[in-house]
Structure formats: structure tokens, C-alpha cells
Design a binder for this molecule. Structure first.
Ligand code: MG
Length: 312
């Protein structure tokens, strides 16, 4: 592991930020070589991190055992990943326009790719609720060009956040409020769902959204009462993670911005490349893995994500 002294240290904007940091902890660059890094997920079985190099249609794997490398190529332009309740990898395949699930032998099967007979746009990011339901965003980024998927027309009436129940195979739009939904994460009690809207990305005129909206999760399945939680600048809140205290660690153009549950900016973890997404991992859940442009970074933190027991 390559501990680089030149990488910057976190910068506090609020005294509460210090309680989230490990004194002396510094950002580490773990692995490089991607064009646009996304979708990190920590694998509890071996302590590795799977992450995406979306434009090159590659899935990469960083391993503390030293055997890091390319895990898969030509794998549907994967973007976001999550683990289901059995610990299996779910992938957002922008190219195949589906959510897929990895089998133990590395093959992938379709979890969901349609609603009402119409193809999804290009699933971008995915989370799994404690009841096993799969929530994902479906912006057009994989079909607007061949850069991160395959150019195609949308078959839907917009860009939705979907809830899919693998038990019943029911799929429904949980909200259609956002222009271009992108990252998403539940609060620790799952009473809130944070979803970013990054419609500024495709605009050339400086308009469009680069904010995170928070919704109430009503009856465990519908999203109501949307309100803007935070406007992120520079850059956009592409993907983010919520810690056990409800603080939001979001990607931005200059690093990871950390926001309290009330939306106050607590501080920034500067990263020398534009950040796409982040996730908590490590044995105690207290290590933040950051996918940023060409590289995967990590930093130890004095907080962490909710560590979910899998049934495996
Ligand atoms: Mg994303």
C-alpha cells in the first residue's frame, strides 16, 4: 500500500468534523489506471474492494493481499454496486440497461431490466434496504452517447428512482421528482432516502441541478416530501455514503464533502482528482473508500457505515 505524504489532509469547517476523523489519518492512493472511477463496494469475505472504470467497460478489484487487478471486461458498462442480503454483488449495468447479480462463478444474471415491458434507461447506482428491496436510480447517462454505454432512445417517460422487490418481482417508480437521479443512500434508520440530482452534468449552459434531495420513506416503499438537503459545488454529488450517525459523505469536484444530518457542511476530505463515489468498508466499517477519476483512494475515519450482517 502506497502511503503518499503529498496527499492532503481533511479540512474542518465545523468543530463536529474532528470527531469523525482519526488523528493523523491521511488519504492513501490504493490503485490507479481507470478513466472514470465509480461504484466502489467493500467485500467482507476477503477485504477487497470492487470498483468500476465505466468508460473502459471494466470492473477492477483492489485487494489487500496484493493481487489487485482487472476483475472483468466487457461487463455491461457497470457503474454502481451493492451487496444484497446474501452478500452477492448487484451491479448497475448501463450498457445492458439492467440490474444484474453476480454468481459465485463470475457469471451475471438479470435481476430487473424492464418496467411494464419497457427497457430501463441505464441504472446508475443501487442500494439494498434491510427488507431486501433493491432501490436504484435510472438516469440517461448510459444511453445519451457511447461513452458509458450504448446510444439509444429512452423507452420511459422520464428518469425515475425505482424500487424492485426481488421476492414479488414488483417494480415501481418510488419517485419521479428528480430531473436526473444519480447517487442514493438511506439514513441509518431507513426513514430517509437521500438521492442526488446531477442534471448539470449534461448541460453546457451552466444550468441544471447539482444537489442532494432528501425524501421521507413512507410505509417503507414510497418517497414523499422532497426537500433540497444540500447544493454541492464545485462539481456534482455523483455518489455518496451515509455513516452510522446520519452524516452524508458525498462526492464533489474537489474531494468528499461531509454534511451533518441538518445539512451543515462539517468539512472536506480533499482528493487530488474529481470524485465519483465513495463507500464505507473495512472490518469495522471505519474506512472510507473513494473512487475518483483514475484512482481508488482510502482514508481511515472515526465513524463508519452500518455494518450489515449477511446470511451467508
Ligand atoms: Mg453515479
Amino acid at each position: 500500500m502506497d502511503r503518499e505524504r503529498s496527499l492532503p489532509s481533511p479540512v474542518a469547517a465545523d468543530p463536529r468534523f474532528e470527531r469523525l476523523l482519526v488523528p493523523g489519518a491521511r488519504l492513501e492512493r490504493l490503485m490507479s489506471g481507470a478513466t472514470w472511477a465509480e461504484g466502489p463496494v467493500w467485500m467482507p469475505d476477503d477485504g477487497s474492494v470492487i470498483w468500476s472504470d465505466v468508460p473502459n467497460d471494466r470492473v477492477l478489484r483492489w485487494s489487500p493481499a496484493g493481487d489487485s487487478g482487472v476483475l472483468a471486461t466487457g461487463a455491461g458498462f457497470q457503474n454502481g454496486h451493492a451487496l444484497d442480503l446474501d452478500g452477492r454483488v448487484l451491479a448497475c449495468e448501463q450498457g445492458e440497461r439492467r440490474i444484474s447479480r453476480w454468481a459465485a462463478d463470475g457469471t451475471r444474471e438479470t435481476v430487473v431490466d424492464r418496467i411494464g415491458g419497457r427497457r430501463l434507461n441505464s441504472p446508475n447506482d443501487v442500494v439494498v434496504k434491510s427488507d431486501g428491496s433493491i432501490w436504484f436510480t435510472d438516469p440517461p447517462y448510459g444511453i445519451v452517447s457511447d461513452w458509458e454505454g450504448h446510444r439509444a432512445d429512452s423507452e420511459l417517460d422520464g428518469n425515475h428512482v425505482f424500487r424492485f422487490d426481488p421476492a414479488t418481482r414488483d417494480i415501481e417508480a418510488a419517485t419521479s421528482f428528480l430531473e436526473e437521479p444519480n447517487g442514493l443512500a438511506f439514513s441509518p434508520d431507513e426513514r430517509l432516502l437521500y438521492v442526488s440530482d446531477t442534471s448539470a452534468v449534461l448541460r453546457r449552459d451552466g444550468t441544471g441541478n447539482h444537489h442532494i434531495v432528501v425524501f421521507d420513506v413512507v410505509r417503507g416503499r414510497t418517497l414523499e416530501h422532497p426537500r433540497v438537503f444540500a447544493v454541492i459545488t464545485p462539481g456534482v454529488p455523483d455518489g455518496f455514503a451515509v455513516d452510522v450517525h446520519g452524516n452524508v459523505f458525498t462526492s464533489a469536484g474537489d474531494g468528499v464533502h461531509v454534511l451533518a444530518p441538518d445539512g451543515t457542511t462539517l468539512g472536506t476530505i480533499p482528493v487530488p482528482e474529481r470524485v465519483g463515489n465513495c463507500t464505507f468498508g473495512g472490518v469495522g466499517g471505519d474506512r472510507l473508500f473513494i473512487a475518483a477519476s483514475t484512482s481508488l483512494y482510502a482514508i481511515d475515519v472515526a465513524t463508519g457505515g452500518a455494518v450489515r450482517e449477511t446470511t451467508r
